[in-house]
Design a protein around this ligand. Structure first.
Ligand SMILES: N[C@@H](CCC(=O)N[C@@H](CS)C(=O)NCC(=O)O)C(=O)O
Length: 366
């Protein structure tokens, strides 16, 4: 029987009462079943028994309420990038660390691409197999499509946090927006990173990218109102369902989740975008959860009242169109990283680490 140990950073994590919250993306490869299962099993087989027994359990460090409901701690680094400030817009100054598996990091990847920031803000992708020390870089876990840290050759994302704040005792999350000048984290909260990307570098990018506005003045009120319930009940709702440790907490979360999906289905019927007639941050924030829904959340997080492809035609159509017609979405999505991460990194809810083969395909064609 596997035994799971918590490392010091997990036990030290501040489980503050906080708004509920969670989860990250890249290249999609549709593999035949045989190569997919070979790929996963050969990777897993390369992990030693010790690696497996030391694997931490994210659900243990984030589910802290006595009633079994899941609670997510707030992000710690909340700076902005602005002219005249400590962090000024500049070329070759900032670096983005992400996991393709994490929905929150995927938000940042999508907006980085939509805003033409790829050269300005290089990106490094961690291995999807989160372990006792958190997210490993490819030098520690050489996983396909994962990178080494080009700045410091860090072993884990935690090394970056401890480099800039040696006493840091929070969670070592992605995304991380890093400043090379001050060698510190600018911001590790995706909802703020995407707002920074939306405006801060407009003077440094081509006009066609500067004019992209994902938080337009005219729609801000509506976007804020939607974020207000989509975040707790859908984005974080899947985690509240999956990480619940009591029947009651699970049922509350899963029912709220599907009630909100029903509402979104109505909003998207006959429309290409949630707000107005244009792509906004609201689409991006919701999409990163929906794209993971059928491959992961239905099974791993027990969000199985319906799936998206059979139960929500308007959401499914919207999701497919963004994926297949806008490369910022497709190129930020890697189903192999997504599935491997969830089924591997939460041994508390999937002790065997077996990764399901389906659904096939990961996303339906248009
Ligand atoms: N507040 C963060 C949440 C990010 C987050 O929870 N990321 C997860 C991955 S999906 C993570 O890095 N977890 C690592 C850990 O908890 O140790 C945001 O929205 O940017």
């Amino acid at each position: 029987m596997l035994r799971f140990t918590c490392t010091s950073h997990f036990t030290q994590s501040p489980f503050l009462p906080s708004p509920l919250r969670v989860y990250k993306p890249a290249q999609v490869r549709t593999l035949p079943i045989s190569s997919f299962s070979f790929h996963l099993s050969s990777r897993l087989a390369s992990m030693s028994a010790r690696d497996v027994s030391n694997q931490s359990d994210i659900s243990k460090k984030t589910t802290s309420n006595p009633d079994g409901s899941f609670n997510r701690a707030p992000s710690s680094f909340r700076n902005s990038i602005e002219k005249g400030g400590k962090f000024e817009p500049a070329t070759d100054r900032y670096h983005l660390y992400v996991s393709y598996a994490c929905p929150w990091a995927t938000r940042a990847l999508i907006v980085r691409k939509l805003k033409g920031l790829e050269k300005l803000i290089p990106v490094s992708v961690v291995s999807p197999r989160m372990g006792p020390n958190g997210w490993p870089f490819a030098n520690v876990d050489p996983y396909a499509e994962a990178d080494e840290d080009p700045l410091y050759k860090s072993e884990h994302v935690r090394d970056l946090y401890l480099r800039c704040e040696p006493e840091y005792s929070g969670r070592f999350t992605v995304p991380v927006l890093w400043d090379k000048k001050h060698e510190t984290i600018v911001n590790n909260e995706s909802s703020e990173i995407i707002r920074i990307f939306n405006t801060a570098f407009n003077d440094l990018v081509e006009p066609q990218y500067a004019s992209v506005d994902l938080y337009p003045e005219a729609h801000r009120k509506e976007i804020d109102e939607l974020n207000e319930w989509i975040y707790p009940t859908i984005n974080n709702g899947v985690y509240r369902s999956g990480f619940a440790t009591s029947q009651g907490a699970y049922e509350t979360a899963v029912k709220e989740l599907f009630t909100s999906l029903d509402k979104v289905e109505k909003l998207l019927t006959g429309k290409d975008y949630i707000v107005g007639n244009q792509l906004t941050e609201c689409d991006i924030r919701l999409w990163v959860t929906i794209i993971r829904f059928d491959p992961v959340y239905v099974g791993h997080f027990k969000c199985n009242i319906r799936d998206i492809r059979n139960g929500y035609p308007a959401i499914n159509e919207w999701c497919k169109k963004l994926y297949w017609k806008n490369d910022a979405f497709k190129s930020s999505t890697d189903f192999n990283h997504i599935k491997t991460h969830y089924y591997y990194s939460h041994p508390h809810i999937n002790p065997t680490r077996v990764v399901p083969v389906g659904p096939i395909p990961d996303i339906q064609p248009l």
